[in-house]
Design a protein around this ligand. Structure first.
Ligand SMILES: *[C@@H]1O[C@H](CO)[C@@H](O)[C@H](O)[C@H]1NC(C)=O
Ligand SMILES: *[C@@H]1O[C@H](CO)[C@@H](O)[C@H](O)[C@H]1NC(C)=O
Ligand SMILES: *[C@@H]1O[C@H](CO)[C@@H](O)[C@H](O)[C@H]1NC(C)=O
Ligand SMILES: *[C@@H]1O[C@H](CO)[C@@H](O)[C@H](O)[C@H]1NC(C)=O
Length: 315
């Protein structure tokens, strides 16, 4: 943590070091006209939202996604996993039926190696050109938001996973361009990259609503290299707290071939949203996608001890 803060401070514009009277720019959209709109949860009414700034639409099935990895492969470069915490994958705006798009606004495409490389993910789709400009971390710093960079370092905002670039959120933003409440038109006096900062704040807020490590631990489900768990144990543990069954993803091929994937590595928490994705109310709903995990014999592995660090300490 101390090291993280130190490296971040190298990037601090000197003006920010004068703390007294410091005031960072807001990145709050203008939702004033939403008071005249009908209020209901996304994906729950056949009436379409006419003002798409007011609720994520058409991508109203909002997924808060997380990873569980046991090592990063970049430990020597200081990239360690946060102890007792799953890491952030992203905040995805799926269509109500669970299908999705990505890279919806190529003028806000900041990924140097787009994946997939067409908007549809298929050879015939519109090509997504690689981005060659300054890193997304520089946008965040234009707004003085060192807190966001530190959080991203700590919780390893994934994608591309475990890259050596300083700010790991580059690819995460591709989903914001498909989320209507982050459209440039939703900001009064839009300041360039305001939407990027606003999206990272929203991503972190949503992530904190679903503390998967604790949700599982409340039912005694903790990482273990000795015990295995059943899928229904995992699902019930989360459901008793959020009211909904999330998607659990597994890798590895255990006994039973591809039906025997049993190494837990991913969770997606599904939601309908009342109001905006930034500040509105998330209502957890059951996953629209079946789990890829085998029903039994699921390993939720302990991490390699040298691959994680305590992030809940005072610097
Ligand atoms: C759907 O929207 C209409 C129009 O605003 C409203 O009258 C109705 O009560 C809504 N239904 C639900 C289930 O929210
Ligand atoms: C996308 O990637 C595939 C596989 O690497 C490649 O064959 C194809 O030419 C690429 N398409 C574009 C538009 O870059
Ligand atoms: C459980 O999974 C492990 C691999 O992780 C496999 O070796 C073992 O055979 C499986 N046990 C059963 C009962 O399927
Ligand atoms: C637990 O097992 C995983 C998967 O084999 C391994 O990567 C990890 O280092 C192990 N952790 C401990 C503490 O032994």
């Amino acid at each position: 943590m101390a090291v993280v803060l130190f490296t971040a401070s190298l990037f601090v514009p000197s003006i920010l070091c004068a703390q007294a009277g410091l005031s960072l720019p807001n990145t709050i959209p203008n939702f004033a006209s939403c008071v005249n709109e009908p209020l209901f949860y996304s994906c729950e009414n056949t009436t379409a939202f006419t003002n798409t700034c007011c609720s994520p639409t058409p991508g109203g099935l909002v997924l808060q996604t997380q990873f569980w990895d046991t090592y990063t492969g970049l430990e020597k470069q200081g990239q360690l996993l946060p102890k007792n915490s799953w890491t952030i994958h992203g905040l995805w705006p799926d269509f109500c039926d669970g299908s999705f798009t990505q890279y919806c606004d190529l003028s806000r495409q900041y990924d140097p190696s787009p994946s997939p490389n067409t908007t549809t993910g298929k050879p015939g789709g519109t090509p997504v050109p690689p981005y060659t400009g300054p890193g997304v971390d520089t946008f965040v710093l234009e707004f003085g938001r060192i807190d966001l960079l530190d959080f991203s370092d700590e919780q390893i905002l994934d994608q591309p996973r475990f890259s050596q670039q300083r700010f790991l959120g580059t690819r995460v933003f591709k989903h914001a361009t498909c989320t209507s409440t982050f459209d440039i038109a939703c900001y009064a006096n839009y300041r360039k990259h305001e939407d990027v900062v606003n999206f990272f704040d929203a991503t972190i807020r949503a992530y904190k609503m679903f503390p998967t490590y604790e949700l599982l631990a409340t039912a005694g489900i903790i990482p273990s290299n000795k015990t295995t768990y059943t899928l229904s144990q995992l699902q019930n543990a989360v459901k008793t707290q959020t009211g909904a069954v999330p998607f659990f993803g597994c890798g590895g091929i255990g006994a039973g071939g591809s039906a025997g994937r049993n190494i837990l590595n991913e969770v997606w928490h599904f939601n309908h949203v009342l109001g905006s994705e930034q500040y509105g109310h998330f209502k957890p709903i059951d996953s629209t996608t079946p789990s890829t995990c085998s029903p039994t014999n699921i390993s939720y592995f302990e991490r390699t001890t040298t691959s994680e660090r305590e992030v809940r300490v005072f610097p």
